[in-house]
Structure formats: C-alpha cells, structure tokens
Design a protein around this ligand. Structure first.
Ligand code: GTP
Ligand code: SPV
Ligand code: MN
Length: 614
C-alpha cells in the first residue's frame, strides 16, 4: 500500500514539478519514495504562500499569531524543550578520510553514515507534506551563485528559510536555465504520523543527526527543527560546506558580522568580527554608536564570505537574507536598531515568552519585568518565578532589509572591501578590551587560539571556557589545521601590505565584584574609533607582548560614565593571565597534530619569548 502511494507520488512529481532540471527532479522523486510523505509542495517564495503556510500552522496550533500591534504580521513558535539549540555532539563531517574532518569534528565513514540515514529517513515524512525549497546563498546575480535546495517536512523551516535566504521560483528558474549545481540539503523532523495519529506542536525526534558530506557537497539533517540544525542554508551550507568549497577555491567562509563604519571626516571602513555564538555579533552589526559624528551601517550579523580579487583586495559578502538573532539582552536600551527592524513585523519568534496583550517578551527587552507572562514552556510566569520567561537561546527571525541601517553594498555581488577583522571572546580575564595584532600571521595566531566561555547557543555547560578558532569551532567543514593554513594563504594571494589589520577584542571582562567592567553595546563604538585610528596610522598605543593596546587616554571616553577601576580592568594587559594561557595554548596546539602550520608554532614561541617565558 505504502509502495503504491509512493510510486503514485513519483508520477505526480514528474507531472507537476515546476522544473525540468534532471538531477533535481531525480533527487526529489528518490527522496519522496524513501520518506513517503502525503504530498509534495514546491515553494515559490511568494508572500501569499508565506501567509497561507503560517495560517495552516496557526490552525494546527503550532504557531501563535501575535495580536499586539507592536509586532505586526509576526508569529511565535515554541519548540520541544529538548530541541532548543544546535547539537554539536550530533553534528558530523563525513569526509572520505577521517583525517580530512580533523579533530574539531565528529566523523563517520560516509557509506556507514548513509546506511544509518537511509534507515532513519525510511518513511520519516509519513503523514506530512514534503516541501521543496530552492534557495541561493548570496545574491542571485553573483558570478558563481551558490545554490541549494532544502527538502523539509517542517513548515516552520519553510517560513524561516524564506526569511534567512533568497528562496523560490526565481532561484529555481536560474538553477534550471544555467543547469547549475545545487547543494542538496535534506531535512526531516523525524516524526512520521501514523494514520489517525495527532500531531504535536513541535515534532522532533530524540535521535538527531546533522550530517555533512563535504566532498560531494551535500547535507542531511534528521530529528531537530531548531535553528542551525534545520535551517540548512545557514551554518550547514554557508559555513561547513562553504568552508570546504572556499578551501578548494581560495576564499574564506567565516562566522562573522560585517559592519561599515563612517568617521566624522566621511571616511568609510569595513570591519568584520568573528565572535563565538551568542557573543555579540548581532549587537555589533547593529551598533548605535554613542560617539558623536560616527555612522554605522550593517551588511550582516552572522556569516561572511571573503574573497581575494585581482585588485589585491579582500571583498566580503553576506550570504544570508535575514537575522536569526538571540532575543535575550536585545532591547531599546541595548540594541535599538534590532528593535526597529523587529518592530516592522514579519518576524518569527521562537521560545520567547508571551504577554497578555498578545505580544512577546524576553529577559532584557525592558528593564522592568512585566507583572504577568506565559513563559516559553507555556506556564504562567511572574517576576518572582525562579526560571527565565524566555529560553536563553530564544531567537527572532527578521528580514535583513527591515533594518534602516543596511549598507547599499549588501546587495552588491562583489561585496565590499574589507579593512579590519576583529576576533572576540567572552572571557572574564586574559583578553583585554582591544589589542592590535602585530602582523597578519600574529592575527591568525590570535584567531587560531581564540577562547570563549560557552553560551546557550549549543548544548553543553554554559560558562566553560573552550578554544574556538576564529569562532568557527562548530563550523569548520574540514581539518582545523588546513583551515588555519587557508587563512595564512590569503597573505600570499594579495600581499602583506594589502592585508586587513586584525584586532582581538573582549567586551566581557569582569571586575572584582563579578560585574562586566566595560559597558559594551553602543559604547563599543569607542573601541571601533581606536581601530579606525590605527588603520589610519594614528591612535596612541602601548606595546605589550601580545600586541598594541590603547593607552588610557587614547580611547575617546567623552561622555562615558565609567570608573577608573573599571576602565583599567577593561583595557589592561595582565602578564600573569597570559602566563596562565600559554600551557592551555600549548595543549590546544597538540590537538592539531602534524596539520598545525609551522607559522603557528613560530608565533607561540615568539609570544613566550616576549612574555619572558624562555
Ligand atoms: P549567534 O547568533 O549565536 O551567532 O550570536 P551573536 O554572536 O550574534 O550574539 P548576540 O549579538 O546576539 O549577543 C548574544 C548576547 O550577548 C546577548 O544576550 C547580548 O545582549 C549580549 N551582548 C552583546 N554585545 C554585548 C556587549 O557589548 N556587552 C555585553 N555585556 N553583552 C553583550
Ligand atoms: C549560532 O549558534 O552561532 C547561531 C544560531 O547563529 S544557529 O543558527 O542555531 O546556528
Ligand atoms: Mn552564529
């Protein structure tokens, strides 16, 4: 019976598919035969379609339409409490050889993994609709557009993908016209419905697999509906698969925000920032500078594709189309630009709390806590409740063009010239507020040894410090040593004198009272100003063993209310803290084995010497 239904479906696909692209049709048919959905639907990307799918979800009880006029045409979704973040322990890079996945990734033999996935996907979409979502990461008119097609049985994923990526008929037509390669990205929540079985609001499976085949450039994800596990254009494609493409083609796919900053003199600079998950990219990307006369425009808050060109420039493009931002901590007082974008509507919130007015709330949205809420688990909540109202990894998903500060270069397939790169960690100590790297190679060393306290963006213990190279630990699609080498190679491509300057930053140092000593958010513009001054060959600094840090009076502190103690605690270099770091870095480097580039050992030895440790 099932077989009949499945072969009927294959015929239906053949007759009704809006494309003749052979490999795509074959893959869709094969997938339908394996997963046995009730029906197949090709996503065209229209507003009408988005509204209809959202309405179907509202009718089914799996999406809440917000009625508070502060959030027009917006929805809230609530996940299964066991499906709230990326699952790094279930994320795999299945290269042919284990050594090519490297020590930062889980690995399984590709054919072994395919057998497992084949079993998991057998009948996995029973009782559900299989959606086919054609998408492109980056502008459709790029020289070499990076296409993908996500097959998913989650309407939530369909709606979110339409916000986060360019999807639909235009993309499909271009794939067909140019007979383009596309990355097949197969996703199921892994919760088939038997005849008459009632659905739950957030179907998912206890078993989760987030799998990448970097050599054949394909993705398979099973069991989760959340964020990077399921919106496969994002981390799976634009970082893990794209980083492998980038290594082969001589560019870089990075976990970075992209910010265009214009000084009072009218000079513009582009700065990217690689900070680990939930460590401040969206906030810096949307910064509202507190310094008079400085203008910030954004190009992206999470992913940057960086390509050397023939004019010896690094050009940077954001492949995404929306923001998937951490909700907690986002408010009018911390991130007004994000709030303005969200308030235009068309936003999908996940795992936030609901207000009695039919709006949303999360910790940090307002300074005052509302008297009454329904928390993300559906329970009544008051300020006296012991648990947070919103999940710490709750998110807003908003179209990028809703921000008033979007730079026009966002739309350019050639992107924008890159001038400076920030590496940032969440550290109570060790990393000063800002340090200028001594060279590109030293900057790569700073990136390769970047450390940060873990956050709620992935499973694991929040607060534990781990090394997170270039903020890419969970996203490098191949061996980490080769990845570091790819960074070093950029200098050979465009020349030492043309390299962006690299800076190490930390907004999260704590004082003796355990409080953040630097106010952060809009005040980070003071650090950006110093960065720009250094690019212009100005800006006072003190030479330290790790690089140049600003002198106390080099930072523009005009109008800033900060105690002397907090200022010093923020910007200082403490030799002892780096003496303590060295053994940790040495241990970290042993993990790279013989893939560790010699340049990294050279930098480590140089640092030890400058610290007086040898
Ligand atoms: P992902 O989307 O997971 O990659 O995160 P992200 O790097 O974009 O982090 P985001 O900007 O969303 O910030 C995460 C958390 O850090 C939020 O709760 C912010 O309020 C907080 N945060 C961001 N910038 C600052 C800052 O300058 N100082 C302090 N103290 N907190 C900050
Ligand atoms: C991150 O974890 O870095 C995110 C959220 O940006 S997710 O899309 O879930 O990866
Ligand atoms: Mn991220």
């Amino acid at each position: 019976m099932v077989e009949n239904a499945a072969s009927g479906l294959a015929a239906q696909i053949e007759d009704t598919a809006p494309t003749k692209h052979k490999p795509l049709l074959e893959w869709v048919k094969e997938t339908a035969e394996l997963t046995q959905p009730d029906s197949v639907y090709w996503v065209n990307g229209s507003q009408e379609e988005y509204d209809r799918i959202a309405q179907e979800m509202v009718d089914a009880g799996s999406l809440v339409r917000l009625t508070d006029p502060q959030f027009p045409n917006s929805y809230a979704a609530f996940s299964d409490p066991a499906d709230v973040a990326r699952v790094e322990s279930r994320t795999f890079i299945c290269s042919e050889k284990e050594e090519d996945a490297g020590f930062t990734n889980n690995w399984k033999d590709p054919s072994e993994m395919k057998a497992i996935l084949n079993d998991a996907f057998d009948g996995a979409m029973r009782g559900r609709t299989m959606y086919v979502v054609p998408f492109v990461m980056g502008p459709l008119d790029a020289k070499d557009p990076k296409f993908g097609v996500e097959i998913t049985d989650s309407p939530y994923v369909v709606l979110s993908m339409r916000v986060m990526a360019r999807v639909g008929s235009d993309v499909l037509n271009k794939i067909e016209e140019t007979d383009a390669f596309f990355v097949p990205a197969l996703h199921s929540v892994g919760a088939p419905l038997e005849d008459g079985q009632e659905d739950v609001t957030w179907p998912s499976s206890d078993t989760k697999w987030i799998v990448h085949f970097p050599e054949e450039r394909s993705i398979v994800s099973y069991g989760s509906g959340y964020g990077g596990n399921a919106l496969l254009g994002k981390k799976a494609y634009s970082l893990r698969i794209a980083s492998a493409m980038a290594r082969d083609e001589g560019w870089m796919a990075e976990h970075m925000l992209i910010l265009k900053l214009t000084s009072p003199e009218g000079k513009s600079y582009t700065i990217t920032g690689a900070f680990p998950s939930a460590t401040g990219k969206t906030n810096l990307a949307l910064i509202d500078p507190t310094l008079e006369g400085w203008t910030a425009e954004t190009l992206g808050d999470d992913i940057a594709w960086i390509t050397p060109n023939d004019d010896n420039e690094l050009r940077v493009v954001n492949p995404e189309y929306g923001f998937f931002g951490v909700a907690p901590g986002t408010g009018w007082h911390t991130n007004p630009n994000a709030m303005r974008a969200i308030s235009k509507g068309n936003t999908i919130f996940t795992n936030v709390a609901l207000t009695p007015e039919g709006g949303v709330w999360w910790e940090g949205l307002t300074k005052e806590k509302p008297a009454k809420l329904t928390d993300w688990l559906g329970n009544a909540w008051t300020p006296e409740s012991a648990t947070p109202a919103a999940h710490p990894n709750s998110r807003f998903c908003t179209p990028i063009d809703q921000t008033d500060m979007l730079a026009e270069e966002y739309y350019s397939p050639d992107g924008i010239k890159l001038d400076a790169i920030l590496f940032g960690g969440r550290r109570d100590n060790a990393i000063p507020l800002v340090t200028e790297a001594r060279s590109w190679q030293d900057g790569v060393f700073k990136g390769a040894t970047l450390s940060s306290a873990q956050t709620a963006a992935a499973e694991g213990t929040v607060g534990v410090v781990r090394r997170d190279p270039m903020a890419m630990l969970p996203f490098i699609g191949y061996a980490a040593g080769d990845y570091v080498q790819n960074w070093l190679n950029m200098e050979d491509k465009i020349g030492q004198e043309n390299m962006p300057k690299i800076f190490l930053v930390n907004w999260f140092r704590r004082n003796d009272a355990g409080k953040f000593s630097w106010p952060g958010f809009g005040e980070n513009s003071r650090v950006l100003k110093w960065v720009v001054e250094r690019l212009e060959g100005q800006g006072q600094g003190t030479e330290t063993p790790i690089g140049v840090i600003p002198t106390e009076d080099a930072l523009d502190l005009n109008g800033l209310d900060i105690s002397e103690e907090n200022l010093i605690n923020s910007i200082q270099f403490v030799a002892q803290e780096w003496h303590d770091e060295i053994p940790m870095i040495e241990e970290w480097f042993t993990k790279f084995g013989d893939k560790l580039p010699a340049a990294m050992t050279e930098e480590l030895e140089g640092l030890k010497e400058r610290l007086g440790l040898k």
